[in-house]
Design a protein around this ligand. Sequence first.
Ligand SMILES: [Mn+2]
Length: 433
Amino acid sequence: MNETVYKERRDRLLEMMDDGVAVLSTAIMQMRSNDTEYPFRPNSDFYYLTGFEEDNSVVVLCKKGDEHKSVLFVQEKVPEMELWTGERLGVEAAKACFSFDEVYGIKSFEEQIKELIKEHTLLYFELFDDNKVYAQLKTVAKTMLHTRGVTVSPRSFSDITKLTQQMRLIKSDDEVALIKQALSITEQAHHHAMKRCRVGMLEYQLQAEYEYLFKKEGAFSDAYTTIIAGGNSANTLHYIKNDQLLKEGELVLVDAGCEYGFYASDITRTYPVNGIFTPAQKELYNMVLDVQLKVIAAIKPGGSKKELQAFSEKLLTEGMVAFGILEGEVEALLEEKAHKKYFPHGIGHWMGLDVHDPCPYSDDNGDELLFEEGMVMTIEPGIYLPQDDEKIPKKYWGIGIRIEDNILITKEGCENLSQGIAKTVDEIEVACC
Ligand SMILES: [Mn+2]
């Protein structure tokens, strides 16, 4: 993305802020074991505001009336270290490549932040994050408060993520393009794996087919740990053990999406291990698919997630009654939330830099946020019918189905960004053979 995009975001955030200083940091490298590190991935808010990908960096935004200033702290260049860990941009190059008013080395953070927060009363940072930088920031503010002769110092703290998460709710065209790129790789991965899925394979072997495609096509990684749930394991919502055999006559539920350019994709497909649906699997699958298509068709600006949740629960309850999974009047069943036993989760969530983008669902009054052009959300109805549930017809025991796509809200309605991924019974049976 063009560097000016990040500057515009910082300017917009400064407009939204009250007078004060905002501090946002990205993580330091984390140890996996002994001296081996996890691969580094920047903090989403930090990246959203800077476009800077290195670890151990901080952005500071200062506002006093019309006076705005943005400052970046980066790791200093240390050639002996860079020999091992790779080249760093360093202070001088960061100054040249990024449009910050000032750039400093991270080692001078404590000294510089004293100057930057001087004469300010309000500090913004990630209030619910125990990051070392924020502890340092509070220590500096506390010392200032207790320094003789200092009359103005920060005493109010505000959560910067409340503002950044609001900004991240509406995706720009550039962001949508990255999500589409992630989805294009995820599409290839699902099709690649459907073709290779076989009876007798282990779940992690099917997982490897997804991850092979992700890496091969240049994705950073998976956007979340892939779920490969054969048969009854699909009834465990966040099943990630992925170590069982894929068996004849069973379905496999795969929730897998890659991250590209730090943007997520989040796709679930459920398909027969042997490539052909049984009649019982097919009727349930078509019911869930019908619900998913109807919910997607109902998405438009002015609508809300709550509405979609209620709509999906009504449709799924009707389906469950039609197939003898629930007994009674649909209205009464909805009232007593009987469907929750077999559809316990939400219809979808925001998606963007994070797979569960932490954007708000309601405003400050607690009112539901209405859909607007540029929002991206998943739609993922499902039905989960455990083995040995005497209350449901035996032919449905051990079937778990979820169908998930990623939807962009447009001016007129919505666009299914993942519509190219095999989804109907026919499409899936073709893709699997
Ligand atoms: Mn999801």
